[in-house]
Design a protein around this ligand. Structure first.
Ligand code: ZN
Length: 160
């Protein structure tokens, strides 16, 4: 079959459109990764504030109000939400949280070398009658570079 001149032109334009589409998709992928990084950083900072409040309420025995579970008189960190802390100590088999909610350990940002505080999250990531999974992850966030870096992640089958 011989294509008309007009149709041949349209075919070559379609090839260019495909290239343009692929280039935009690649840019979109990079932008989505940046958005997800910013979301994680924002979530960590808000998480620190939320956990600090939960710990404070538990200390004052006010009881954190949860509409689904009613009043609780203690804070079961990581059970119903992800708890965030500054890291007090990194051990071979554990990451110890600082309950003071101020930086304790620092690490260099891999991108700009600035010293940034070590943070961590703690959460029950799996809950079943057969067994649970509890996880801790130590990480840094750099607000200059707007990046987050994982330092260490560990899992156990019970609270730790
Ligand atoms: Zn940095």
């Amino acid at each position: 079959m011989k294509l008309s001149k007009e149709l041949s032109t349209m075919v070559s334009q379609a090839d260019k459109l495909k290239e343009e589409k692929e280039s935009l998709e690649a840019k979109l992928k990079v932008m989505n990764e940046k958005v997800s990084m910013l979301e994680k950083i924002e979530e960590s900072i808000k998480g620190l504030i939320k956990t600090a409040k939960e710990e404070e309420d538990a200390r004052r025995k006010v009881g954190a109000y949860d509409p689904k579970k009613g009043y609780r008189t203690y804070y079961d960190a990581g059970k119903y939400d992800t708890a965030y802390y500054f890291v007090a100590e990194i051990r071979e088999d554990n990451i110890i949280a600082s309950k003071k909610f101020k930086p304790a350990l620092y690490e260099k940002c891999p991108k700009c070398n600035k010293k940034v505080p070590l943070l961590m999250w703690y959460s029950q990531t799996y809950d079943s009658p057969e067994g649970d999974t509890w996880e801790k992850e130590a990480f840094t966030i750099c607000l200059d570079c707007k990046t987050r870096h994982k330092i260490k992640r560990i899992a156990r089958d019970n609270r730790f």
